[in-house]
Design a protein around this ligand. Structure first.
Ligand code: SAM
Length: 383
């Protein structure tokens, strides 16, 4: 069900069980449409197509009050390199139920100070300002035009949080310490600044991903010890956010596919990546591995794996009802072998759900664990 005003959107979220009672009032007081640009983008067959408020006012309004993520900026409009639709969103108004889920995970209390990374439209900052008071909220946006727009929309709606134009990876020390930090862009390497600007016992809610799978939602608690600030916490759900710009993976996954490869056979169905839990574990255990699916030689599909850092690639041709599949790999990394080993680990571990994993971040690096912070399954040292 969709409607064309704030009340209808709130009813939809409440009826769906997506909006916790503590946030209903803030969602009622903030008009999502007031934060959207006149041009928004919706999914089309080969990317995103614009919907303009003046040309298609009813469709625009319906989308504004729908429980959908709306792309609000693209960095390759149609016509770029011959494309008929935009392919790369660079900002969006997140899906309202995801906004609500993240705010619930943030567990805010009156009087708390909060930092948001990725102001985007300003809608989330408006919700936080409505709940906590503008003076408690700082939000950072890397894109100056977006930051200006968000500041103006917030002001017009009567909210005056600090809207900082800059790189959210360094936080905003001037207003620290924060009781809560929320990122609305995904990271793999959790920036130290977010942790060090969080008060003892404070929470960081962030979308976290690997280049294989973006991603999950983490809730980290910050504690201070003899080695400085440590953030640790579990996966609390799923999230698929655009990346913090400096951590965005290589866009052209296929650019790495060059040269001769060794061929072989595998008994593992490449469709195992369709299982979200296996896919998550594989992303953790096979760092730096990207994937794309393309047409296969027999009319089915081929899974391509690439690592742009080492120039390694692999492909696996899927065939229905087969018990073995054709593999090609070119090193130095044997990406399919690594993926097979990751899958075997996941099966041996009892096929754990992704919500059984968690992350610990110290000044020495970050560690992914299963069930308990002591049970580390992968570690990334910090450079
Ligand atoms: C999904 S949108 C955020 C949605 C936003 N919270 C809202 O309520 O509309 C992600 C935003 O993160 C911003 N972003 C990406 N990298 C960033 C960085 N390094 N620092 C600050 N913002 C960044 C993008 O420009 C984009 O506007």
């Amino acid at each position: 069900m969709t409607g064309t005003d704030t009340g209808a959107l709130v009813r939809q979220l409440v009826d769906g069980g997506h909006l916790p009672a503590a946030w209903v009032d803030a969602f009622r007081r903030v008009d999502r449409a007031a934060f959207l640009p006149d041009r928004i983008w919706v999914r089309a067959a080969d990317g995103y197509e614009p919907v303009d408020r003046t040309a298609e006012p009813e469709q625009w309004r319906e989308l504004a009050y729908s429980d959908q993520a709306l792309v609000t900026q693209v960095d390759d409009p149609p016509g770029t390199a011959g494309a008929t639709a935009a392919r790369t969103p660079s900002s969006s108004a997140s899906m309202p139920r995801v906004v609500a889920t993240m705010l619930q995970a943030l567990d805010v209390r009156p009087g708390q100070r909060l930092l948001e990374i990725g102001a985007g439209t300003g809608y989330n900052a408006a919700l936080l300002s409505a709940r906590l008071g503008s003076e408690q909220v700082t939000t950072i946006e890397v894109d100056p035009a977006l930051a200006d727009r968000a500041r103006a929309a917030l002001g017009a709606a009567g909210h005056r949080p600090a809207v900082i134009t800059g790189d959210g990876a360094v936080g905003w020390p001037a207003n620290a310490p924060y009781d809560r930090v929320i990122a609305t862009c995904a990271v793999h390497d959790v920036p130290r600044a977010w942790i060090e600007q969080t008060a003892p016992g404070g929470l960081i809610v962030l979308p976290w991903g690997t280049v294989l799978r973006n991603g999950v939602l983490l809730r980290l608690t910050v504690e201070y010890g003899s080695d400085g600030a440590v953030a640790c916490g579990p996966v609390v759900g799923d999230s698929a956010f655009m990346w913090l710009r400096a951590q965005a993976p290589e866009r052209d996954v296929m650019a790495v596919i060059q040269g001769e490869a060794d061929s072989g056979r595998t008994r593992l169905d490449p469709g195992f990546l369709g299982d979200d839990d296996a896919w998550f574990a594989a992303g953790v255990l096979v760092p730096g591995c990207q994937w794309v699916v393309g047409p296969g030689p027999g009319g089915e599909w081929t899974l391509w794996l690439t690592d742009s850092t080492s120039g390694s690639w692999a492909s696996v041709d899927y065939e229905p009802d087969a018990t073995e599949y054709e593999v090609r790999q070119r090193g130095p990394r044997l990406l399919w072998n690594e993926l097979e080993a990751a899958h075997a680990w996941w099966v041996r571990a009892g096929r754990p759900a992704r919500t059984r994993f968690g992350l610990t971040v110290t000044s020495a690096g970050q560690r992914v664990w299963l069930d308990h912070p002591e049970k580390v399954i992968a570690a990334d040292p910090r450079e």
